[in-house]
Design a protein around this ligand. Structure first.
Ligand code: ZN
Length: 288
């Protein structure tokens, strides 16, 4: 590639429900970090798990991003259309003897220390999951916001499920490699799966990107805002207000005049002033 940007970031929602304030904070944080570093920002739709998807959610998410001025530098990638890439990656791992079929229950694999049991490979009647062989690996890395991390991989992760669907961990890494992603900025709820993903990057012959995990927006009950606990969908009628509120959460002191700016104007103002160290790391409520 000629003139490939030295920073490629991404926002990768799954269409299990509409965007809420927590997802907007991640989208804005990843966007600003990319743009402030002269990078590209991509949107990828993680529509890999049809049973969990909500009809129309993907279109609603893309519409909300658009309304908020958050435009992908390249056409949106849809995981449902990239299945061949995931199958090829599994072939590559199989050739290196890094995956194995497994029908163990979670309980069985945990009792066996989280890794391959002697009867995993013998017992291949019916549908098996495919697990990635980590064998007690430890990953140490420096997170942009969360600092030094050391993660013990206690359980070989499933890369292909018994129902035949590719697992999140596989697809996300394969896509980040294929799209040349250099920086993954996302919510702190995904910090724990970073070590596994780094192992998978290396197993596929790639250098892991730099990771940065942003604080989470919480609800009054002390849980993170999520589709599962029915967070209020973003109101597309008021994108400027929403953006100013998300910027406040990310540590900006927004002048009053910003409230009446267009989404594009607000994002330009913020990307010129983005400082990683201004982000308050506490998970907390969104203040009005
Ligand atoms: Zn097994």
């Amino acid at each position: 590639m000629i003139n490939a940007p030295s920073y490629i970031g991404r926002f990768a929602p799954s269409p299990t429900g509409p965007l809420h304030f927590g997802s907007l904070v991640c989208a804005v944080g990843s966007y600003l970090d990319a743009v402030a570093h002269g990078g590209h920002w991509l949107v990828r739709m993680e529509d890999l798990d049809p049973p969990r998807e909500m009809p129309g959610a993907a279109e609603r998410i893309l519409h909300a991003l658009d309304t908020h001025g958050l435009h992908s530098h390249t056409p949106v990638a849809w995981q449902s259309r990239r299945q061949q890439l995931y199958a090829d990656a599994l072939d590559q791992l199989a050739e290196a003897d890094l995956i194995y079929p497994c029908q163990c229950t979670r309980d069985q694999i945990r009792k066996a220390g989280g890794h391959r049991r002697s009867d995993c490979q013998q017992n291949t009647e019916g549908n098996s999951a495919l697990r990635f062989c980590c064998e007690g690996a430890i990953e140490s890395f420096e997170d942009i916001w969360q600092g030094s991390q050391r993660q013990d991989i206690r359980e070989d992760p499933i890369l292909k499920r018994r129902d035949g669907l590719f697992a999140y961990q596989l697809a996300v890494v394969v896509d980040d490699i294929a799209q040349g992603v250099t920086h993954v900025v996302r919510g702190a709820d995904l910090l724990d799966c970073t070590g596994v993903q780094m192992q998978l990057f290396r197993a596929l012959g790639a250098t892991p990107p730099q990771f940065g995990h942003l604080p989470l927006v919480m609800n009054e009950g002390g849980q993170k805002l999520s589709k599962q606990n029915h967070a209020t969908p973003l109101d597309d009628q008021h994108p400027s207000e929403n953006l100013v509120q998300a910027l406040g959460f990310l540590g900006f002191h927004c002048p009053q005049s910003l409230h009446t700016e267009s989404p594009h104007g607000i994002l330009s103002w913020a990307s010129a002033r983005w400082q990683r160290h201004q982000v308050d790391l506490r998970n907390r409520l969104l203040s009005k």
